[in-house]
Design a protein around this ligand. Structure first.
Ligand code: CRA
Length: 831
């Protein structure tokens, strides 16, 4: 290498402000053909990111090289969703270059925050499941695991939510309109993904019956890579997102002009596969395009994994030794028949060998017990789209049913329940059953949830394969969810106990001792106040609404769903309104209730909840009697970026699902870490949060899982609860009679009908009295600020267990067989 090139290379990777400035200017000129005088903010942002990328590329390449040379076991996390949000802050935190980039921007005449805010969220997910995948990528890189994400590069992420006249309106999320500088397209990494055709039998040279999948049509999957840096450890892993493109060579010579135009137009059809993320959270809608997306992801990913593998290893029988594949929910579970197909049809292995490799390589995570979420693909659809896979699934099922007979004897009902193919009017493939049979580990996402799947939806399977089931309680990355989103708190903590907590979150326990340190506690509470004011400024600027920063900030942010019971908090808000109206002179602890969340576009009831919340909010916020006492506000277009603003400002975290329905929750962990007090049911990971923070530091109310069962068994009647609680009855009557929507008094009948005549499946009325009592506890505690902030600090100090670093270490040890990688000293140990 000549000295001039190496000098140039050095400039590109310099870690000081001056070389960063030089690179930003150079990218403006040589990558974007503009200059500092004429560039707009978007262009400036782009050249900032390109300069960050320059500083990632060496580590990115070196990390991959090291994995190759050392033949490190690789972990592939396949997911239809990666809700990664913005990447700039995250990259700079992990590279330890925040200050340098801040200064560089400033010197060049830009405010870093303004530039950061140019970035669109990469919102390639619906909620918890997708955000979990993003936290896992951060943790895998930080722990130095060779962990790779595989997903789809949707042109449109989760829709943008607008509120018009109180109603949700969906708008396309055109996040790639100006491209994204984070993704590198790799023309050399492209695979055909086949569909349709038929399975053709033939006899091979050894006289064995084999099958070929013929007459298929195909699209191409093109790799786009996004770097995933670990926290200050030089590791950069990869998130590979596939984009659908049409077949390379259309033979245009044979076309007349009309055919030519049509052929070009068909390109659109092929590319539709990666066009848009399905916006449904926990509801299975059996659309063919979605099935195509799932197979598109699985097929391209397996081809990529096996190509890589073959470059380094000779014998596919060793696959499970060097490769672990985690399926995020059942969405990628076609990996079971597809890996079988490749091993048998393309690699020539027999069934038993292929099965052994497949089961040992794959594992699957279950994220919900809600029956309507479980994927069941119609056999007819599979037969058309993936005939060879369907044939393999039938064979898997046949062999499995034989085993069930061996294990349980002739128990027809059990066989019916366990069959991968459900018979009936529309026979379908139960993707969860396929996942349990075809993988070596199935995990739930919180202790309670794992117990539940063993006892309920997967009970038969648990009895047959108890060793397959394991719990891996979810976690969140402390880099994004404390260090980045709550810098003042992160800095305070670091100044007291050092910064080892960033990668060893349990070290926050050292803060336990600070509860009696008045000076520290003053700073801790001041930071909460500061964060509330920061949020208030944002709301003022964007909505013209003034939040009362002296009030309790009581926040519920998550997808809108009946089981999450946003309705219960809305009823509480209305009941408070009524109370204040009736008792104008009574002292009240001021409260500001904040909601945010999207409803699936086809989920009418959830959309009605949004309208109701907005109607109640209007009533409250426009009544002068509420001033200084009560506010209620729905923030539109909930996103990762909005969560980063809301969570640090919360006093109260609402985690109020019907017990047994929220598999884990991860927002609950983020709030607790940032010092909000949880009001919640004994559901999902709330149970474990309570164990960690202590009973006195969390406000638990309502029915337990057993209580719910018992109540349903003994005959629940929501009318009884309605008649028994005056305040509750008053609110329900108001909702029903048009008090909140006088121009359209019957608007909310679907809601009140479901609560009363529909007998309130989610037990809102049953839990309401206990909830209202719990809210009184919140008021009482908040009235004693010293007590309140002690409780808050115990939350911050004691939720170390919920670091996704811990979750990933558990996966590495119990599922992926790569615990040796955890101890390679690649971890940041604190400065
Ligand atoms: N909606 C669960 O409901 C859980 C996440 C991540 C969910 C949450 O309680 O925290 O997964 N389930 O494990 C899901 O998506 C398909 O099921 C979720 O995000």
């Amino acid at each position: 290498m000549s000295t001039t090139t190496s000098k140039k290379l050095n400039v590109k990777t310099g870690m000081d402000t001056e070389s960063i400035k030089a690179d930003i200017l150079s990218h403006l000129r040589y990558s974007l053909a503009t200059d500092i005088e004429t560039a707009n903010k978007k262009e400036f942002y782009k050249s900032v990111v390109l300069s960050v990328m320059d500083r990632l590329h060496d580590s990115w390449l070196n990390t991959q090289k090291e994995y190759r040379e050392k033949k490190t076991k690789k972990i592939y996390y396949i997911s239809m969703e990666f809700l990664i949000g913005r990447l700039l802050d995250n990259a700079l935190v992990n590279l330890n270059l925040e200050q340098e980039f801040r200064d560089a921007c400033k010197d060049l005449g830009y405010d870093y925050e303004e530039i950061r805010d140019i970035e669109n969220d990469a919102a390639l997910g619906n909620g918890g499941l997708g955000r979990l995948a993003a936290c896992f990528l951060d943790s895998m890189a930080t722990l130095g695991l060779a962990g790779f994400g595989y997903g789809i590069k949707y042109d449109y992420g989760i829709f943008k939510q607008k509120i018009h006249d109180g109603y949700q309106i969906e708008r396309p999320d055109d996040w790639l309109r100006f491209g994204t500088p984070w993704a590198t397209t790799r023309p050399s990494v492209m695979y055909p993904v086949r569909f349709y055709g038929r399975s053709v039998p033939y006899t091979d040279e050894d006289g064995h019956l084999r099958f070929k999948w013929e007459n298929t049509q195909h699209v191409y999957a093109l790799a786009n890579d996004i770097p995933m840096p670990g926290f200050r450890n030089g590791v950069v892993n990869n998130l590979r997102l596939w984009k659908a493109t049409s077949p390379k060579s259309l033979d245009l010579t044979s076309f007349n002009q009309g055919e030519y135009i049509n052929a070009v137009r068909d390109i659109e059809l092929h590319e539709n596969i990666s066009r848009v993320l399905y916006p449904n959270d926990k509801i299975f809608v059996g659309q063919e395009l979605r099935l195509k997306q799932e197979y598109f992801l699985v097929s391209s990913t397996l081809q990529d994994i096996l190509r890589e593998y073959k470059q380094q290893h000779d014998d596919l029988r060793d696959l499970p030794k060097y490769v672990a594949i985690q399926c995020n929910d059942t969405h990628p579970n076609l990996a079971v028949p597809d890996l079988m197909r490749i091993l048998m049809d393309e690699e020539g292995f027999d069934w038993e060998t292929s099965w052994d490799i497949t089961v040992k390589t794959l594992s699957y995570t279950n994220h919900t017990v809600l029956p309507e979420a479980l994927e069941k693909w119609p056999v007819s659809m599979l037969r058309n789209l993936l005939p060879r896979h369907l044939q393999i699934i039938y064979e898997i099922n046949k062999r499995f049913i034989n085993k069930v007979h061996e294990h349980f004897g002739d128990d027809v009902n059990r066989v019916r329940r366990m069959s991968i193919i459900s018979e009936g009017e529309q026979p379908s493939v139960q993707m969860a059953n396929l996942g349990i049979v075809g993988t070596h580990k199935v995990n739930g996402v919180a202790a309670l949830h794992t117990d539940l799947i063993k006892k309920t939806i997967f009970r038969d399977f648990f009895e047959m394969y108890p060793e397959r089931f394991t719990n891996k309680t979810n976690g969140i990355t402390p880099r994004r969810w404390l260090k980045q989103c709550n810098k003042p708190l992160a800095d305070l903590i670091t100044s007291e106990i050092g910064d080892s907590w960033i990668t060893h979150l349990s070290d926050l326990r050292k803060l336990d001792d600070k509860v009696n340190d008045k000076k520290f506690m003053k700073k801790y509470s001041d930071i909460k106040q500061q964060n509330k004011e920061r949020l208030a400024a944002y709301v003022k600027e964007n909505y013209g609404f003034e939040l009362n920063t002296k009030a309790i900030f009581d926040i519920q942010i998550k997808r809108i769903h009946e089981y999450k019971r946003q309705l219960m908090l809305a009823i509480y808000a209305a009941a408070q309104y009524n109370y204040i109206k009736a008792n104008p002179d009574a002292p009240v602890v001021p409260r500001t209730i904040i909601f945010a969340g999207k409803a699936a576009p086809g989920y009418a009831m959830a959309k009605m909840f949004i309208k109701l919340i907005n109607s109640i909010s209007d009533k409250i916020n426009n009544d002068p009697d509420m001033e200084g006492k009560l506010q209620c506000f729905f923030l539109d277009n909930y996103s990762v970026t909005l969560a980063e603003q809301l969570i640090p400002a919360a006093d109260v975290s609402e985690q109020i699902s019907t017990a047994g329905m929220e598999a884990s929750g991860t927002g609950n962990m983020k709030f607790a870490l940032n010092g909000a007090v949880t009001i919640g049911t004994l559901d999902g990971a709330n149970v474990e949060i309570k164990e960690e923070v202590g009973d006195e530091n969390i406000i638990i109310f309502g029915l337990t899982v057993e209580g719910v069962e018992e109540l349903r068994r003994s005959g629940y009647s929501s009318w009884e609860y309605y008649n028994a609680d005056k305040a509750l009855k008053q609110v329900i009557d108001q909702i029903r009679d048009g008090f909140f929507e006088p121009d359209h008094p019957s608007l909310f009948h679907t809601i009140t009908n479901s609560l009363l005549d529909g007998n309130d499946y989610f037990l809102v009325l049953a839990d309401y009295p206990a909830y209202a009592e719990a809210q009184k506890e919140v008021d009482a505690l908040y009235s004693k600020p010293d007590e309140w902030f002690k409780v808050a600090l115990y939350n911050t100090a004691r939720v170390g267990k919920f670091s996704s670093d811990r979750t990933i270490s558990d996966y590495a040890t119990d599922i992926w067989g790569c615990e040796d990688q955890l101890n390679k000293g690649r971890e940041y140990q604190g400065s």
